[in-house]
Design a protein around this ligand. Structure first.
Ligand SMILES: [Zn+2]
Ligand SMILES: [Zn+2]
Length: 370
């Protein structure tokens, strides 16, 4: 039996907590107000685990919540990217031990329902986006503690030798970004265009490179993000503020277009540009979160006769996905630490939101330590 785990089937009964006490948590109050509050430490059920959060981060989606563009309940703890230590295990949870270092994906599938078992765990429960619970339908992890639902499907032990900061990108942006390349079925030798090089788009760049893309076009308007894209594997950098990305990509591919175009922003303009650079028979892999209406220009869509494939993906979660992502980091095939540009204590999270939401000081991702 490995020293780091508890054999499957062996039940480790949780010791009852003496006092539950309170904790600090970043809570959604109303539009433009996410504040740090004292809340009770969560109670757990038989299939849950209580995680003491040791590191977390803020996501672009949290900013949508802050701005009132994505409604969540007042009083909900925000955050869906936890790194931590198991503090308490539900009575029915086996195979783990108290004190174990783990991460949990942003998406926490149950592992039991027809959507999970049918291969779409992000849509757990058969409801669109149903797998996204943390900081959406249940309390999230921008807090000292978080209750992890369906613990046995979701707790992913961190390999020895990887630090909290090394694995901080796994729960969301690495999983989401890589899925953009995976869902687009990027193949060895493919030409790929990635629209937007924010944290997710940069992870798409890494995913496309690891998938064997021969040529990667990275599009953004911020020079520092394009420079980061270069260091992570992009071949051609296009500043969309200075040149027309569609024209440039078509020229650089001799009018052929790209095999896979990946949308990582969630805007009409970038979605449309993806279609316009796609070769007939190519795949548009969409990761962005759109609002309002999304139009399909029929000229770029070859009137619907271009053999195009359009795929969408919500961040894959669950412990096996997390294990695979951490194994890539452990093997040294990529290192996403450069994406963490700023570090804050949980006490300073309101300042961190302000910096992140306003994209100041070249921020990519912030690390928050409870
Ligand atoms: Zn997120
Ligand atoms: Zn499920």
């Amino acid at each position: 039996m490995p020293e780091t785990g508890v054999a499957p089937g062996e039940v480790m009964l949780p010791g009852p907590r003496k006092t539950r006490g309170t904790m600090k948590a970043a809570v959604f109050v109303e539009k433009d107000r996410i504040v740090l509050e004292e809340k009770p430490i969560p109670s757990i059920g038989p299939t849950d685990a209580l995680l003491r959060v040791t590191l977390t981060t803020i996501c672009g989606t949290d900013v949508h919540i802050l701005k009132g563009e994505y409604p969540v309940a007042r009083g909900l703890t925000i955050g869906h990217e936890p790194v931590g230590v198991i503090e308490e295990l539900g009575a029915a949870v086996t195979g783990y031990r108290i004190g174990q270092r783990v991460i949990v994906g942003a998406i926490t599938p149950c592992g039991q329902c027809y959507a999970c078992l049918g291969g779409h765990p992000s849509q757990c429960g058969g409801k669109a986006i149903g797998g996204w619970r943390f900081g959406n339908t249940i309390d999230g992890c921008q807090a000292e503690y978080v209750c992890v639902p369906n613990a046995m499907a979701n707790l992913a032990p961190i390999p020895d030798g990887l630090t909290d900061e090394q694995v901080l990108m796994c729960p969301d942006i690495m999983s989401t970004g890589f899925s953009g390349a995976e869902s687009g079925h990027v193949r060895i030798g493919d030409t790929v265009a990635i629209f937007a090089q924010g944290p997710i788009g940069l992870c798409v760049t890494v995913g496309a490179k690891l998938s064997g893309a021969a040529q990667i076009f990275a599009v953004d308007t911020l020079p520092q993000r394009l420079a980061m894209a270069r260091s992570l594997g992009a071949h051609v950098l296009i500043n969309a503020g200075q040149q027309d990305p569609v024209q440039t990509i078509l020229e650089r591919t001799s009018g052929r277009g790209v095999d896979v175009a990946i949308e990582a922003l969630g805007r009409q303009e970038t979605f449309e540009s993806c279609l316009r650079v796609l070769r007939p028979g190519g795949t548009l892999s969409s990761l962005g979160v759109y609002s309002g209406k999304l139009g399909l220009p029929v000229d770029a869509f070859a009137a619907g006769l271009g053999d195009h494939t359009i795929v969408t993906t919500l961040c894959p979660g669950g412990k096996e996905r997390m294990r695979r992502l951490m194994s890539i980091l452990a093997s040294g095939r990529t290192d996403l630490r450069p994406l963490v540009t700023h570090r804050f204590q949980l006490d300073q999270i309101e300042t961190a939101y302000d910096l992140f939401a306003n994209q100041r000081d070249g921020v990519l991702k912030v690390a928050i330590t409870p």
